[in-house]
Design a protein around this ligand. Structure first.
Ligand SMILES: [Zn+2]
Length: 73
C-alpha cells in the first residue's frame, strides 16, 4: 500500500481529475476504477472490471491509460 499511497499523492498533486467528470472524489483510484469520464480508455488499457491490485500489477496498462488521458505531461 505504501507505494500506492506515494503514487496517489504524486498524481493527485499534479493532475486534478476534474477534467474527466464532475464527481467529488479526485483520486487516481477513482479515475482508474470508477470515473465515468474515462470509461472508454479504462476498458482499453485496464479492463472494465480491474481492481487496484490488478491495476498496480499492470504497469504498462496503467501508464498507457494515464498517457492516453494526457495527464502525464
Ligand atoms: Zn471522475
Amino acid at each position: 500500500m505504501n507505494a500506492l499511497v506515494r503514487w496517489e499523492l504524486q498524481v493527485v498533486t499534479d493532475s486534478p481529475h476534474s477534467r474527466a467528470c464532475m464527481e467529488a472524489e479526485d483520486t487516481p483510484t477513482h479515475v482508474m476504477l470508477e470515473c465515468t469520464g474515462v470509461t472508454e480508455q479504462r476498458e482499453i488499457y485496464l479492463g472494465s472490471r480491474a481492481t487496484i491490485p490488478e491495476v498496480l500489477s499492470n504497469l504498462g496498462g496503467m501508464l498507457g491509460f494515464w498517457n492516453e488521458l494526457g495527464w502525464l505531461e
